[in-house]
Write a protein that binds this ligand. Structure first.
Ligand SMILES: Nc1ncnc2c1ncn2[C@@H]1O[C@H](COP(=O)(O)OP(=O)(O)OP(=O)(O)O)[C@@H](O)[C@H]1O
Ligand SMILES: [Mg+2]
Length: 291
């Protein structure tokens, strides 16, 4: 566990204690008078210090769930809380990393200034800001790139910058949506190992969405598989693979293959195809709704 402390310096849950709770979450989108129920009665939790991967078929509502968790989209039912406090707006304990690093970094700012941006709200002494930026860049192996611009870096390096920016903020929980989908296989392995290192060095909690079932098994302490429409938790699997993980040895374990096959079959049997009753309910009074 790191001695770096948390973002706020306030008392945080200890490793293994409940950090994030999603209780009966529901989310619908309404368009042209039609309501589509995307998420229905979804319940799971993440404990401090855990790496939890969320997997599910394309279109099932994984990004929608993260947007609700991050306070970016209002939920339509249920409750979400972090550190016991209800989530209504972007929680300061959270940092997000998305797949599209090219849009999340500011191209007109150097790497260092990109990292500095979210720290402005924390009103930290300049010496602390500098220490955090240097620590975060060192953690992702980019100390040498502080003065470069994002467009001067490779895709994998840019995604490291996005991760470093989240690290410098020192969130209690790092939320990642398909963060490595746009990089080559070797870089992907490196970035996966970086996530595990961050958890170990910073004691950070990670909730990560991925399409890659092997990646989910490699990274996770637990996998939460979601499916159906509206989406529910199909199963939570404890990934009982030994730590520390290693790209070659861990992936060669018979237990790795068992967990991968089990998760894959769950996903394959639970596509996001709508069930006739749940898909589209007319919103009373909305234009185009049946009388
Ligand atoms: N703002 C929106 N308004 C209306 N419908 C939306 C909106 N955002 C997403 N949806 C719909 O919600 C459903 C779930 O989308 P979402 O992006 O959450 O899926 P996902 O599980 O992240 O998929 P993928 O694995 O392909 O990224 C899709 O049918 C999508 O069309
Ligand atoms: Mg998505």
């Amino acid at each position: 566990m790191s001695t770096l402390g948390t973002r706020t310096g306030t008392t945080s849950p200890r490793p293994g204690e409940l950090l994030l709770k999603v209780d009966g979450l529901a989310k619908s989108y309404t368009s042209k008078g039609k309501r589509t129920d995307i998420i229905g009665n979804l319940t799971f939790s993440v404990n401090a210090g855990e790496v939890v991967c969320l997997v599910g078929p394309s279109g099932v509502g994984k990004t929608t769930l993260l947007k609700c968790l991050a306070g970016l989209h209002p939920s339509t039912g249920g409750e979400m809380s972090i550190d016991g406090r209800r989530i209504y707006s972007p929680p300061p304990e959270m940092a997000l990393v998305f797949q599209d690093y090219s849009r999340s970094l500011m191209p007109w700012l150097t790497v260092e200034k990109n990292l500095r941006l979210p720290l402005r709200h924390l009103r930290l002494p300049q010496s602390e800001v500098r220490t955090r930026i240097l620590d975060a860049l060192a953690a992702v192996g980019l100390s040498h790139a502080a003065k470069q611009y994002p467009w001067e870096l490779s895709g994998g390096m840019q995604q490291r910058v996005a991760i470093a920016r989240a690290l410098a903020y020192r969130p209690e929980i790092l939320i990642m949506d398909e963060p490595f989908a746009s990089v080559d296989a070797q870089t992907r392995f490196d970035l996966e190992d970086l996530v595990l290192k961050i958890r170990d060095d910073y004691g950070m909690t990670v909730l990560l969405v991925t399409h890659d079932i092997d990646e989910a098994v490699y990274l996770s302490d637990r996998i939460v598989a979601i499916g159906l429409r509206p989406a529910v938790v199909l199963e939570e699997l404890t990934v009982d693979l030994p730590l520390p993980r290693n790209q070659l040895d861990t992936r060669a374990l018979p237990r790795f293959a068992e967990l991968r096959n089990h998760t894959l079959s769950l996903i394959q049997h639970a596509s996001a195809k709508p069930t006739p009753s749940a898909m589209e309910d007319a919103v009373p009074g909305a234009a185009g709704a049946p009388a």
